[in-house]
Ligand binder design. Sequence first.
Ligand SMILES: [Zn+2]
Length: 276
Amino acid sequence: MGQYQKRIIDIHNKRYSYQDMERDAFRLRQRYSGLLKVESFGQSRQGRRLYCICLGNPKARKKLLVDGGIHGREWLNIQLFMAILEEYCRKYQTGIYRGIPYRRLFQKVSLFVVPVLNPDGVQISQTSRPRWKANARGIDLNRNFEPGFGRGRETRPGSQDYGGEYPYSEPETKALLRLLEAVRPCGVLNYHEAGPLIYYTSPSAMLDQVAGVSHYPMVRETEGAYGSFGDWLESRGIPYCTLETCRGAAPVKHWQYYETWYRNRKVWLAAALSFW
Ligand SMILES: [Zn+2]
């Protein structure tokens, strides 16, 4: 039935915003109640709600976390995430991936999707300073973790690279840690836009699957920790990979959406299946 309805996510919107995501998340939940859960797990510095959308069995033994929008200017991925969620919902009852029905796959390995961790930064990028990466206080959330905190050269708040006064100082970072504590994911797909490539530190079955279906080249990180979310995941032994989805510096032109969609539409299925 769902397959013949008009899609909720407008993939031609060239400036898909936090507000668009919030509205569409609730529309998806309404249309696909029973498949999707939408929960707020905290607030940004300026009071915007942070959302996690769960697809499939929320009590599954294995849970895959997908996060994006740590950097303000990387908002194309918000639209991508919402479109992938809608696609999986539409095909939930009939879709099959490598011989496994979607509904069985997501019963066993559910998805926990954070479309945007830094909504204030997105707002800044979309309204006044396009290249802005940090949160509203000028702290780069992807430098606000341990290990490796404070290794960057930037010592003052600004658009990028300043990690803050101390680790986990920001409400967005704290909220993500609380979410991780609650979800305890078996793996994490950590999305950015400065690619196209995949960064990784340790090899994993998930990484192989993700690289296989996306055709992004894999690049091993060898510089050591620098306070990123990936460094935190590595230190906890959680399999993860950092997908840099687009070409050039964000914000990217909207035409990149279509290739990004084709490269990523099966990535979450492939990653989930690697934990099957
Ligand atoms: Zn980034």
